[in-house]
Design a protein around this ligand. Structure first.
Ligand code: PAF
Length: 278
C-alpha cells in the first residue's frame, strides 16, 4: 500500500497507478479511528475503481467549539495496518497546512439538505464537511467516492454539493455496518462506558419499531412519540427522531415517496446517529 503525505507524493502515486494501467480511482474519505464499517467501504470502493484510496484527516472545521476534536481517536499506524489488510492501495495523509494553507479563504456552504437536524445541532458542521470533501476531491481527483449511509444527511449534503458544482465524482453510498445487536458502527462508539454500550442498541431497535408502526399504518406523529419514549426509557436523551424526505431531509408527516427515519440521541456525553429506510 502506497502512503502519500504531500500533494507531490499523491500526484506521483496517482501517475504511477495510471501508468500501470490503473487510471480509475475510488476514494474512501475518513477521519481515521477505523472500524469494520470503514473496511466495508474499502470493499465497496473496489467495485468503482482500479485503485482504492482512503484519506485520513481529522478535519478541525467540522467540529464545533466544545466538541471532541482534541480527544478524537488518532492512531495512524493501526489505521494504515487495517487499510492494508483490507486491500487499500493508497492512503492520503495530508497535514493541516495542506488542507488549510495560510491565507485560506474559501468555504463551501451547502443549504438545502444541510439546514435541518445535524445542521441545527452542530452549527457549521456541514460547512466543514463540504469544504474538506471538496478539497479532498480536488487533491485526489477520484472517479468515485464512497460514504457510509450511517451519516445519511452527510451523504445528501455531499450529493447536493457534487451536483451543484458539477464535480466529476460518482458519490456511492454504502449500507450502514452494524454490530450483531444492531448498533451502527461508529468511531465514537469507543467513548461509550460499559452500561452505555449495553443500552446503545436501543437506538436501532427504536428506529425499526417506529418504522414498523409507520408501515402498519399508524399515524407518524404517534409512532415517533412512541419511539422517543422507548429511547428515553433506555436512558437516551433524544435530540431528534423524525421521518424525513430521503433526499431533501424535509420533515414528513406522512409516508410518501422515498422516506428515511433519522435519529440522534445521547447516552451520557456520547451522541449517536442512526437512520433507516421507510
Ligand atoms: O464521515 C467522515 O468521516 C467525515 O465527515 C468526512 C466525510 C471524512 C469528512 O471529514
Amino acid at each position: 500500500m502506497e502512503i502519500a503525505r504531500t500533494p507531490a507524493q499523491l500526484r506521483a502515486a496517482r501517475a504511477a497507478f495510471a501508468a500501470a494501467g490503473r487510471p480509475r480511482l475510488a476514494l474512501v474519505p475518513t477521519m481515521g479511528a477505523l472500524h469494520e464499517g470503514h473496511l466495508s467501504l474499502i470493499r465497496v470502493a473496489r467495485a468503482h475503481g482500479d485503485v482504492v484510496a482512503a484519506s485520513i484527516f481529522v478535519n478541525p472545521t467540522q467540529f464545533a467549539p466544545g466538541e471532541d476534536f482534541a480527544r478524537y481517536p488518532r492512531d495512524e499506524a493501526a489505521d494504515c495496518a487495517m487499510l492494508a489488510a483490507a486491500g487499500c492501495d493508497l492512503v492520503w495523509l495530508p497535514d493541516v497546512t495542506t488542507m488549510y494553507p495560510p491565507g485560506d479563504a474559501t468555504i463551501i456552504d451547502v443549504a438545502g439538505p444541510a439546514l435541518l437536524w445535524e445542521g441545527v445541532a452542530r452549527p457549521g458542521h456541514f460547512r466543514g464537511v463540504a469544504t474538506v470533501v471538496a478539497k479532498l476531491f480536488g487533491q485526489v481527483r477520484p472517479d468515485a467516492a464512497c460514504f457510509g449511509e450511517k451519516d445519511w444527511q452527510q451523504v445528501q449534503v455531499i450529493r447536493r454539493m457534487v451536483d451543484d458544482l458539477g464535480l466529476p465524482v460518482a458519490v456511492v453510498a454504502a449500507p450502514t455496518w452494524r454490530e450483531a445487536n444492531g448498533l451502527a458502527m461508529s468511531s465514537r462508539n469507543r467513548y461509550l462506558a460499559a452500561a452505555e454500550r449495553a443500552a446503545a442498541p436501543a437506538l436501532f431497535a427504536a428506529l425499526t419499531g417506529t418504522r414498523d408502526a409507520i408501515c402498519a399504518g399508524a399515524p407518524v406523529r404517534q409512532c415517533v412519540a412512541a419511539g422517543e419514549a422507548a429511547l428515553v426509557a433506555a436512558g437516551f436523551t433524544v435530540d431528534y427522531l423524525a421521518l424525513v424526505d430521503a433526499q431533501t431531509l424535509e420533515p414528513l408527516s406522512d409516508r410518501v415517496g422515498a422516506a428515511r427515519l433519522i435519529a440522534a440521541a445521547r447516552l451520557g456525553t456520547t451522541r449517536l446517529l442512526d437512520n433507516i429506510a421507510v
